[in-house]
Design a binder for this molecule. Structure first.
Ligand SMILES: Cc1ncc(COP(=O)(O)O)c(C=O)c1O
Length: 387
């Protein structure tokens, strides 16, 4: 009998991939499935970015790169951070990794061990809780509340900080709720954390280009006093429709760069070179494709919210960012998991149960509106008929 480590049995997963596989099986059996489950843009990567990747391969960029990423890419990231957040960052603090998730795992394993506590949002991206449990640390949830439009409350988080807290995970705009942290709440938390130099912060800002209704994103990079303990996670997957390229980065505090680079060397050596060249074209090239994509998401967001609100037993907070709606379905009398199963198996509509995003997600269902307006309308028509 093989004996697996406790770490492996403590790992969770991301149900979106399981639902995607089930939807693909049903499709292969000839069923007509509309997928509102998966969190990836339904747009192709813009042509000029694809061309830059192809050119890099033709130009002979076939070998290893430095583990932290090629310098021209890290410089392009710094220019982008300056444009978007007014931040003046040294490229030595940038570490390029294969996707946003890798930074998550690195940061959590840097601070997680038995006896340590790590705070994470719930409902939230499921990999936070999974990776915390993997390290043996105690996951301590802070709730994101429907009545606040799933915006985060600094007091809810601060009340859960103890002497054992080593790391706090923030995510705005948020998956799965579409909630956006109000600037005043970020300011309040930053003031508190300024007095706690023993606590690191992982700020997952992967959806920071996707904001609606005039909402503002306040990056952790804008708090000068926290730069010796803040890790800012971002990447290309969502903004440039590049989920399959596996390209992400983080800004690390200077004191953690060496440890993070060591993790790169141990884990993946470097990101494939052609994706890195494509990443430069994405950041330095025209941003119109991004603006067009975000405008399309905003249009679909309005349709999705309006249609979901008209379903019996549903109510839906206004999502202000990312590309998700997180309606409350308790009025249907179904659990989240039952609704996910019923909608997929009977109506052919893939959604994700709120409980896939933590215990606080019971009674909710995640709809991704990264699909055409036509498909969204058809999917909600099917659910309406079923209900
Ligand atoms: C909040 C959040 N962070 C990070 C990621 C990971 O992105 P990537 O595909 O670049 O690893 C996702 C992907 O769904 C996400 O929703």
């Amino acid at each position: 009998m093989l004996k697996l480590s406790n770490k492996i049995s403590n790992l969770g997963t991301e149900t979106a991939f399981t639902v995607l596989a089930r939807a693909a099986t049903l499709q292969a059996e000839g069923r007509d499935i509309i997928n509102l489950g998966i969190g990836q843009p339904d747009f192709a990567t813009p042509d000029h970015i694809v061309e830059a990747g192809v050119k890099a391969l033709r130009d002979g960029h076939h070998g290893y790169t430095p583990p932290n990423g090629i310098l021209p890419l890290r410089e392009a990231v710094c220019r982008d951070l300056n444009r978007r957040h007014g931040a003046d960052i040294n490229p030595d603090r940038i570490i390029v990794v294969p996707g946003g998730k890798v930074t998550m795992f690195f940061a959590i394993s840097m601070f997680g061990e038995a006896g340590a506590e790590i705070l994470y949002p719930n409902p939230g991206f499921p990999i936070y809780e999974s990776a915390i449990s993997y390290t043996g640390a105690t996951p301590v949830l802070y709730p994101l509340r429907e009545e606040n439009g799933f915006g985060f409350s600094a007091d809810d988080l601060i009340a859960r900080v103890t002497a054992k807290t080593r790391l706090i995970i923030l995510n705005s705009p948020a998956n799965p709720t579409g909630g956006v942290t109000p600037v005043e709440e970020m300011d309040k938390l930053a003031a508190f954390l300024t007095e706690r130099p023993d606590i690191a912060i992982l700020s997952d800002e992967i959806y920071s280009n996707m904001l609606y209704d005039g909402r503002v994103h306040r990056s952790i990079l804008e708090y000068e006093a926290l730069q010796d303990r803040a890790i800012m996670l971002d990447g290309w997957s969502k903004t440039y429709a590049m989920t399959g390229w596996r390209l992400g980065y983080a800004v690390w505090p200077e004191s953690l760069v060496e440890a993070a680079t060591k993790l790169c060397v141990n884990d993946h050596s470097c990101v494939n070179a052609s994706a890195q060249f494509a990443g430069i074209a994405a950041l330095d090239g025209p941003q119109e494709p991004v603006h067009e994509m975000v405008a399309a998401f905003d249009h679909r967001r309005k349709i999705t919210v309006e249609r979901l609100r008209a379903l019996p037993g549903f109510r839906c907070a206004d999502p202000a960012g990312a590309f998700y709606c997180f309606p409350n379905i308790t009025g249907t009398g179904m659990t989240s998991r039952d609704a996910q199963t019923l909608f997929l198996e009977t109506a052919g509509v893939a959604t994700i149960a709120g409980t896939s995003f933590g215990s606080e997600g019971e009674g909710f269902l995640r709809f991704s509106y990264a699909n055409s307006a036509e498909n969204i309308e058809a999917a909600i028509d099917r659910i309406a008929k079923l209900l």
